[in-house]
Design a protein around this ligand. Structure first.
Ligand code: ATP
Ligand code: MG
Length: 669
């Protein structure tokens, strides 16, 4: 096993005498160290897989790591191994220990849209940017591990006091709903461990070795959790790269790298310098760009994968032309190199940039999959039926109750819901429980009462079947009972209704697969925060399709050929970051983007872009000036032989257009 590693990697894997930090640049095999070390701990150090937890940054990364480890060891040896995100680990702890916090074991997980809804209700506003900023400020407080009470005492201005009060009210609502939001999945376990040393001990005993990937992006709360779990033995390995810290806006604290040395004086630091991902030119571009940031730690990266092609920097006329250029170059490259769609990725700074690329790829029949964007599970119809499933599992789940009782429309009005809400609040019971109370019957119109009562009886009947019926059968019964298909076709145009119904059936298929493979009942399925991973399986990775991703979501991944689009001032670096002095973080984002590429890298920017309906001349990103001229071929304003836009037009209508036609003819055959 160890022969797959270079000497410093091997040293990192074999080091078991205490805390270990691998600090190294992109593509140097940090993640590989983690996967190999898991196998090493089990095979060589004779540890039980149940006592090992590897923590990754995204669900996708967790899945990939699980797959990689599975190629190293037989399944029996891996039984009980934890490979998950901080959030999933927090959820697992809470599912077991929620009682200590006054929560039921079957609490619900609140997604960001539901959280925003609660805040909107409290603020009595529809102002999206106000809601968004409030949600993010509360989230920041949580990442910094500040409780509502602390926020109230610390408030130094009227604005801060208002925010603290909202935070308090928001937490109270969550508790009333028996719901936990993403930030609390980590904050609450830390609180819990602090208040209950014996519970902490149990978990310290259970998770005896921790491995943490992408350590530079942990926030204060996550760091606390690591510290708590490892404080006795210091048995952990963290790997990270300060140059890839790109989540400061979400509370990540790269200072945690330094804190490790302070908190663990025995910390053993290992550096890796050989890059195994990218050809030399790409690496030189990455090194050159990042050298403009002040250094926390000195690092040198080199690779022996050959020099590679010149990095292409291409000016396009506007975003549509940019999309066409990407599609054209991609097809051209495929035709010349016999590569597959899955060898290509298009990376961008903001989600808004994907729409035009998507349209162009669809128009040219180029298959693509998107990550870091809208998920299947964000579709309204999926959230609708999931609300039913969640309510069946946890009838205290108020957002689920409200969504389910109003979808499909049953004629329950807002006034009725408000009275129900008030009644339940006064008695400190759930909406669901309130419906069954004598005292509630006369609070609302008899007809309205009947609807509510029938609805809750129906949910109860479904609850009774959870243990005895397979989840997929229950799901089908549910759809039939609420006549969801008819409702979809009545409330939508035929085409969208058809798409939505297909999604509903796909969800049924996913549930069925889960039942067939693991025999799960509905409770087990809904109570799992990893619902998405669990149900989606890994089909996305198996499809031969171009990858579309935000730069943030591309972290840790690699692709043979990368297009990095929209490299303009105000986009990358982002306007907000320029205004708030966060250009260094944007430069790290650029570094992350460049270092995803293995063999070729094409960077594009638009000569002009439509803003608020008006064409504006754009400025190429300052990061393009930082690229080493010897490794880059520029075309457009940045090239020495600058061609005016008219010539660019000619190029596209001439040779390029002919080639495009040829290729199109070829690919449609
Ligand atoms: P990032 O900073 O982007 O997360 P990383 O440091 O985690 O990168 P890995 O993803 O672990 O790097 O490795 C990059 C690539 O190099 C992978 O394809 C990996 O399989 C390969 N690799 C790592 N170490 C070696 C090695 N010793 N020999 C051959 N290939 C290696
Ligand atoms: Mg990695």
């Amino acid at each position: 096993m160890l022969h797959l590693l270079n000497p410093p990697q091997r040293a990192a894997v074999q080091y078991l005498s205490g805390p270990c930090l691998v600090l190294a640049g992109a593509g140097s095999g940090k993640t590989r160290v983690i996967t190999q070390k898991i196998a090493y701990l089990i095979e060589e150090a004779q540890m039980d897989a149940r006592n090992i937890a590897a923590i990754t940054f995204t669900n996708k990364a967790a899945r990939e790591m699980q797959e990689r480890v599975a190629t190293l060891l037989p399944p029996a040896r891996l039984k009980g191994l934890t490979v998950s995100t901080f959030h999933s680990l927090g959820m697992r702890i809470l599912r077991e220990e929620a009682g200590h916090l006054g929560y039921k074991q079957k609490f619900s997980i609140l997604d960001s849209a539901d959280a925003a809804k609660i805040i909107a209700d409290q603020l009595v506003t529809t102002d999206k940017s106000l809601i968004r900023s409030t949600v993010s400020q509360i989230s920041t407080l949580k990442s910094d591990r500040i409780s509502p009470d602390q926020a109230l005492t610390m408030a130094a201005s009227e604005g801060e006091l208002q925010l603290a009060k909202l935070y308090r009210a928001y937490q109270d609502t969550l508790f009333a709903y028996q719901a936990i939001d993403f930030d609390d999945l980590i904050r609450l376990p830390v609180d819990l461990f602090e208040a209950n040393p014996e519970v902490l001990q149990k978990w310290q005993h259970r998770l005896r070795y921790l491995l943490i990937d992408e350590y530079q992006d942990t926030n204060t709360t996550q760091y606390q959790l690591v510290k708590q779990l490892t404080e006795l033995t210091g048995q952990f390995t963290a790997v990270g790269d300060d140059d890839q810290s790109i989540y400061a806006w979400r509370g990540a604290n790269v200072e945690n790298l330094n804190l490790l040395r302070v908190d663990f004086p025995k910390l053993h630091v290992i550096k890796l310098e050989q890059n195994y991902r990218s050809v030399a030119r790409i690496l030189r571009c990455a090194n050159a760009v990042i050298s403009n940031n002040p250094k926390l730690f000195e690092k040198q990266l080199w690779s022996d994968l050959g020099v590679g092609d010149l990095v292409q920097v291409v000016e396009t006329k506007g975003d549509e032309d940019e999309a066409k250029t990407v599609a054209f170059r991609l097809k051209q490259h495929m035709a010349l190199n016999g590569t597959s769609f899955a060898d290509y990725a298009v990376l961008y700074r903001g989600n808004f940039q994907s729409r035009i690329i998507e349209a162009q790829l669809r128009a040219e029949n180029i298959p693509y999959v998107m990550s870091g964007g809208q998920s299947f599970f964000d579709n309204a119809e999926i959230k609708d039926v999931l609300a039913y499933l969640h309510l069946i599992s946890n009838d205290d789940d108020e957002p689920a109750f409200i969504r389910a009782v109003t979808t499909p429309k049953r004629g329950v009005g807002n006034v009725t819901l408000e009275r129900l809400g008030n009644y339940a609040k006064d008695r400190e019971i759930s909406l669901f429980a309130a419906v069954f109370e004598e005292g509630f019957i006369h609070q609302v119109q008899p007809a309205q009462y009947d609807v509510l009562h029938t609805f809750c009886k129906f949910i109860q009947r479904m609850q009774d079947k959870v243990k005895s019926e397979p989840a997929d059968q229950l799901y089908r019964e549910l759809l039939g009972a609420i006549d969801f298909e008819t409702w979809l076709y009545e409330s939508e145009e035929p085409k969208p209704a058809e798409t939505k119904w297909k999604n509903i059936l796909d969800l049924g298929e996913m549930i069925k697969r889960k039942v067939d493979s693991a025999g799960s009942n509905l409770d087990e399925i809904t109570q799992n925060f990893d619902l998405r991973i669990m149900l989606e399986g890994r089909s996305e990775d198996e499809i031969d399709a171009v990858r579309l991703s935000t730069l943030h979501a591309s972290k840790g991944l690699e692709y043979p050929h990368v297009f990095l689009i929209g490299c303009e001032e105000d986009i990358l670096p982002h306007q907000n970051s320029i205004e708030t002095g966060m250009v260094e973080e944007e430069r790290r984002l650029m570094y992350v983007g460049i270092t995803r590429a293995q063999r070729t890298l094409t960077i594009t920017y638009c000569g002009k872009r439509k803003r608020a309906g008006e064409w504006q001349i754009t400025r190429p990103s300052r990061f393009l000036d930082e690229l080493p001229p010897d490794d880059v071929s520029f075309s457009g304003r940045l090239s020495a032989k600058y061609e005016p836009p008219a010539d660019i037009k000619k190029e596209h209508s001439g040779l390029a257009a002919k080639m495009l036609a040829l290729l199109n003819a070829k690919s449609s055959k």
